[in-house]
Write a protein that binds this ligand. Structure first.
Ligand code: ADP
Ligand code: MG
Ligand code: MG
Length: 874
């Protein structure tokens, strides 16, 4: 029989996969002797078993749960379900990876109409007993029975109004007792049956609800975004309750061992007196900063500080802890490595090395590559900012600058972004897990309530998204979709800006400027460069992008898409002329116009890269992307080409393809029109010769796209080499160049050994390779991928993360075959995946020479490559 339930005493931090993060750390804390209410963990395997059995929990698991419960009762000296002195528990989810706010906790479970009286009598605190019961009814209804909390909150608000009080702590025992009765009636109204009175039934219902929540849409979305596999499952922790709502000598709070915004080494956090569980994060009352605990209760504060140090030293990382004080006694309810902003992550990593706690390599692993993104994003333009008015200042919950149009709910935020592609700022009283999808599309989040540890703040920091929380002067009218602050009213669609680093809210759209790589960022990047074996190049099509890439540490250009140089207004005409040219003469005439532009562009690229390799891909796109469709464009082009409108129109018609992505593109263009390859070679080589004469060394890498058959490559390579060698010879300059190909058609991967005989390098074009391996296009997949995610056919987007099992197998095979045929074959990747950390790790593991990604992702790839080397040295 498998063991599905572990007492905290039986576990430790190494059992994270089985016990989930929360369970493993509760076990570890109790092992370390910290004050932790005892309990047990139902394992992630039990969750999987629940799903395997068609969403039922087996008798065996139930039996093990009650055995563990009995053991815990013994320890606590109280009995679950006792009517005089009931043992109450919390039921808490916790998967391997932390998924903040994804699954809700139930507190005070075990209470019923009888034992609430017992609790009131035993504690001599009826207020506390009824407060606990009303909370329990509300949480149980919400989490287990899908009855929205608002049904009860409404009653609570009415009660407060009737009593003329502001805070729920101002309600007395009798008010809460009345409220409990109202809650029970409400429950029965909505469910058609009374609130479950059997604590055992409550417990099993709650545990299965946690299992169920693993599969809710929010959890699935979060997992997809964070590449958390579905089959990890969640564990469930059942833990003896301690009570922060027993009066003024009790309370609950959240603390970080270092500042999660800046990384500064200082205890940071908030707490509330006479409160329970989520009160602090829910922004119901405004919590006090942790520093005040020192004056409120110095002895307890000192004990707290000591234990925080113990935890940080033990885990060797910044800790995020949840605690409760019950009648002056301190308990730890959770610890984990804290989520932090990118700035804080860098600061903490560097400090921990300086403090001698971590090696550089360990410290590098503490910085999430993906997170660096926020540091690379724009900040406000100082001049433009000067003309903006500060509407109000909230809490600087998550740094960065955001500008966008106001949206008041998640659905509208999504629609607005989809409709006009302009950024939105999500404005909410406070956020809850239902808002996740809106938070994902928003550029920034603004809330009227909630502290630094509110849902909005925590989730935004996790996403690296700008957030200003607790802007309490905001008056939000959700119904009419307006908010008023400082005498001004804003409606949906109006522009505002947020500075998540200062908490300031501005009244208009403010321009932003690019960030720079320096300070701590530079230090960490330096360490990453010392470690990594994989080179990082950038995809850049113009000198400007190339310079940005160079600044961000790119070691060359892995992909220059030559056709991108011709989308510009002033150039597209010549490009179109080339495409519709009815014969070789006309095409050569058009190409002659393109040549000097192209040559200048290449010179710019070589110079920007200061001697690093520059890979130039020859003309690739489906031609329809360039064809004129408007009548006046066609007329103008006809005139330019001395053709009649009708003739030109006919040529355009004849270029129509049913499946342009699988049509006349890539190397196929050069096979039909070798003069294109000739012109591009001339531009590449002449530009290289010119910069060489100016004293720069450059080795251009000429890349032929969409090869599926070695004879295609051989044919075009011949054109390239003949043209290039003639020019080089005539120039008298000693110039080296390489000719290689992209591997983006599955057939090329299968025949990579043949292709490597001609190709001096391979670059995996994983966008096309993914499309062609799966047989669906990136542009069309969006319409059905949603169904695939829902039905767990796919768990992640193969266009974002290399599909390692399928596409990856082709890549691996092509690398091996290629290097067998040509041992010094250079291998790279230039698809979107080149900047995705999990894909970078894969590229390292299969032995590629470099990854190439967009300039802004270069630092991310550098760090990801270092992580890959640390995890799997090569
Ligand atoms: P989340 O993962 O959303 O943080 P938790 O399971 O940590 O959810 O529970 C949220 C809060 O509920 C905790 O921070 C704590 O304040 C309270 N809580 C959970 N279990 C207990 C308990 N056994 N006794 C007292 N409070 C608890
Ligand atoms: Mg929660
Ligand atoms: Mg928690």
């Amino acid at each position: 029989m498998s063991k599905y339930v572990y007492l905290f005493k039986e576990g430790d931090q190494s059992m994270r996969n089985l016990l989930g993060g929360k369970g493993a750390n509760l076990a570890e804390m109790s092992r370390l002797g910290l004050p932790v209410p005892q309990g047990f963990t139902v394992t992630t395997e039990a969750c999987n078993a629940y799903y395997d059995a068609g969403k039922t929990i087996s008798d065996d698991i139930i039996k093990q749960i009650f055995e563990a419960l009995a053991a815990t009762e013994k320890e606590m000296g109280k009995k679950f379900g006792d009517s005089e002195e009931p043992f109450l528990v919390s039921v808490r989810s916790g998967s391997r990876a932390s998924m903040p706010g994804m699954m809700d906790t139930i507190l005070n479970l075990g209470l019923n109409n009888v034992s609430v009286e017992g609790l009131a009598k035993k504690t001599n605190n009826p207020r506390f007993a009824y407060d606990s019961y009303r909370r329990f009814i509300q949480m149980f209804s919400d989490v287990v029975m899908d009855i929205p909390k608002s049904n009860y909150e409404h009653l609570l608000e009415k009660m407060k109004e009737a009593k003329g009080v502001e805070a729920d702590t101002d309600l007395d025992a009798n008010d809460l007792k009345v409220l409990v009765d109202q809650f029970l009636v409400k429950y029965e109204q909505l469910k058609g049956q009374p609130f479950p009175q059997d604590p055992k039934e409550q417990l099993i219902e709650a545990i299965t609800a946690v299992f169920r929540s693993w599969d809710n849409p929010r959890a699935n979305t979060y997992r997809r975004l964070n590449q958390i596999p579905y089959d990890w499952g969640t564990a469930v922790n059942v833990q003896g309750m301690v009570f922060g709502n027993m009066g003024e000598d009790s309370g609950t709070g959240v603390a970080f061992s270092r500042n999660p915004s800046t990384g500064e080494k200082e205890l940071y956090g908030e707490y509330l007196f006479n409160a329970q569980g989520e009160d602090v994060v829910a922004g119901i009352r405004t919590p006090k900063p942790i520093a005040e605990l020192e004056t409120d209760n110095p002895a307890l504060y000192n004990e707290f500080v000591k234990l925080v140090d113990t935890l940080e030293n033990h885990y060797k990382d910044m800790q995020d802890m949840e605690f409760t004080i019950e009648q002056g006694k301190l308990y730890f309810l959770q610890t984990r490595n804290g989520k932090r902003t990118a700035q804080a992550a860098l600061q903490i990593a560097i400090d921990l090395v300086n403090e001698g706690v971590l090696t550089k390599e360990e410290a590098l692993l503490k910085v999430e590559p993906k997170q660096l993104d926020t540091l690379l994003h724009p900040q406000f333009d100082a001049d433009d900012l000067a003309s903006a008015e500060v509407l109000t200042t909230g809490l600087n919950a998550s740094p960065g600058a955001a500008t966008g149009r106001v949206a008041f709910d998640a659905d509208r935020a999504r629609e607005m972004v989809a409709e006009n592609k302009q950024p939105v700022i999500l404005v909410r009283v406070e956020t809850s897990p239902e808002d996740i999808e809106g938070m994902i599309v928003a550029s920034g989040i603004l809330t009227a309530r909630g502290g630094m540890t509110s849902h909005a703040a925590v989730v935004a920091r996790g996403m690296g998204k700008c957030c200003v929380s607790g802007a309490s002067q905001l008056r939000i009218d959700e119904e009419n979709k307006t908010f008023t602050v400082n005498g001004q009213t804003f409606k949906e669609g109006d522009w505002i800006s947020l500075d998540g680093s200062t908490g300031k809210v501005y009244n208009k759209q403010v321009k932003t400027v690019d960030a720079t790589v320096s300070g701590n960022f530079g230090t960490i990047m330096g360490w990453a460069d010392e470690v990594r074996k994989l080179d990082v190049r950038a995809n850049a099509d113009n000198p400007n992008d190339a310079s940005v890439a160079y600044e961000y540490g790119a070691q060359g250009i892995g992909l220059c898409r030559t056709e991108h140089m011709f989308f510009e207004e002033s150039r597209i005409a010549a490009m179109r002329e080339m495409i519709v040219a009815p014969n070789v003469e006309a095409r050569e005439k058009a190409l002659a116009k393109l040549l000097p532009m192209q040559r200048e562009d290449f010179k710019g690229l070589y110079k920007a890269m200061k001697g690093y390799a520059v890979t130039i891909r020859y003309l690739d796109p489906p031609l329809h992307e360039f064809l004129p469709t408007q009548k006046d464009d066609i007329e103008a082009l006809a005139k330019e080409m001395n053709m009649s409108f009708e003739d030109l129109h006919q040529v355009i018609e004849s270029l129509h393809e049913t499946n342009p992505m699988l049509g006349h593109r890539g190397v196929r263009l050069s096979v039909t029109y070798p003069e294109i390859a000739r012109m591009q070679t001339q531009a590449v080589i002449e530009a290289a010769i010119e910069v060489t004469k100016e004293g720069l060394t450059v080795v251009p890498e000429i890349m032929i796209p969409l090869v599926g058959e070695v004879r295609e490559l051989r044919t075009i390579k011949k054109v390239v080499v003949e043209t290039a060698d003639a020019i080089i010879k005539a120039s008298g300059v000693d110039l080296k160049y390489l000719v290689g190909t992209m591997i983006e058609i599955p057939r090329a991967a299968l025949l990579a050994d043949e292709i490597a005989k001609e190709a001096e390098f391979f670059s995996f074009g994983t966008n096309d390779l993914t499309q062609m391996t799966f047989g669906f296009s990136r542009d069309d997949a969006a319409t059905f991928l949603g169904d695939y995610y829902e039905q767990k056919i796919f768990e992640e987007d193969p266009f974002q993360h290399v599909d390692q099992r399928g596409v990856g197998k082709l890549m691996k095979m092509a690398s091996t075959l290629g290097r067998e045929a040509r041992p010094n074959l250079k291998l790279g990747i230039c698809g979107e995946h080149g900047g995705d950390p999990s894909s970078v790790e894969f590229c390292h593991n299969i032995g590629l020479s470099y990854v190439s990604c967009s300039p802004f992702r270069v630092p991310i790839a550098r760090l990801a490559a270092a992580h890959a080397q640390i995890k799997n040295p090569r």
